[in-house]
Write a protein that binds this ligand. Structure first.
Ligand SMILES: Cc1cc2nc3c(=O)[nH]c(=O)nc-3n(C[C@H](O)[C@H](O)[C@H](O)COP(=O)(O)OP(=O)(O)OC[C@H]3O[C@@H](n4cnc5c(N)ncnc54)[C@H](O)[C@@H]3O)c2cc1C
Length: 168
């Protein structure tokens, strides 16, 4: 998709001056230093290592979710961060009420990216995030991606949110 739009993709070390008139810095996969500085057990990326209930393995009263949490089988994405946040909220309320929630479980649905209104790729995935057969591209994919973004905003505003269970 990017090649077709005459975009050079540069990975790793680079110098903007060497490569283009216009450089788009796409994504930084970076985690806050807060967890490491707090002395909690973190992985190589500085993400808090959690148990099956998304609690720090050092401190059961500390929940970690989203990009800052090393949740097995997950990847940094809003697709993962949203259910983790909702789960942690439920778990905290459950504990306050003396109820133990089930271990965290979440399955992926798709990987998607859009570039403007007319270009995009949507790859359907199995619950373990491995590619499944269905994929979309072009304007159709961009429209689907926009609906994904809209549903995210709707979920945040309405507190209505559900997600599929993880792979067995
Ligand atoms: C350019 C870009 C595009 C992306 N596109 C997609 C996409 O299309 N689909 C997808 O699934 N994911 C996408 N992601 C990833 C997605 O945004 C993240 O995975 C998701 O937002 C993680 O949620 P989070 O709550 O863990 O962290 P965040 O959403 O980053 O929230 C962390 C919050 O903590 C605050 N904070 C940080 N340090 C401190 C501190 N010391 N004290 C107080 N507050 C602090 C920050 O200001 C921020 O508001 C994208 C990311 C980027 C950068």
């Amino acid at each position: 998709m990017l090649t077709g739009l005459n975009v050079d993709v540069v990975r790793g070390e680079w110098s903007a001056a060497d490569h283009s008139d216009l450089t788009l810095w796409a994504v930084a996969r970076q985690v806050s230093e807060v967890a490491r500085q707090s002395g909690w057990t973190v992985d190589a990326d500085g993400r808090v290592v959690v148990d099956r209930y998304l609690r720090s393995v050092d401190h059961p009263r500390v929940f970690a979710v989203g990009d800052g949490a090393a949740v097995p089988g997950s990847r940094m994405s809003c697709q993962a961060a949203l259910p983790q946040g909702a789960y942690a909220a439920d778990a905290i309320v459950g504990e306050l009420r003396g109820k133990r929630v089930a271990p965290y479980s979440m399955g992926f649905l798709a990987q998607c990216v859009s570039l403007g209104r007319t270009e995009g790729v949507v790859q359907r995935v199995h619950r373990d995030d491995s590619p499944a057969g269905l994929w979309l591209r072009g304007r159709t994919a961009a429209v689907v991606k926009e609906q994904v973004c809209r549903s995210t905003v709707l979920a945040a505003r309405s507190s209505l949110f559900a997600w599929p269970a993880g792979p067995a």
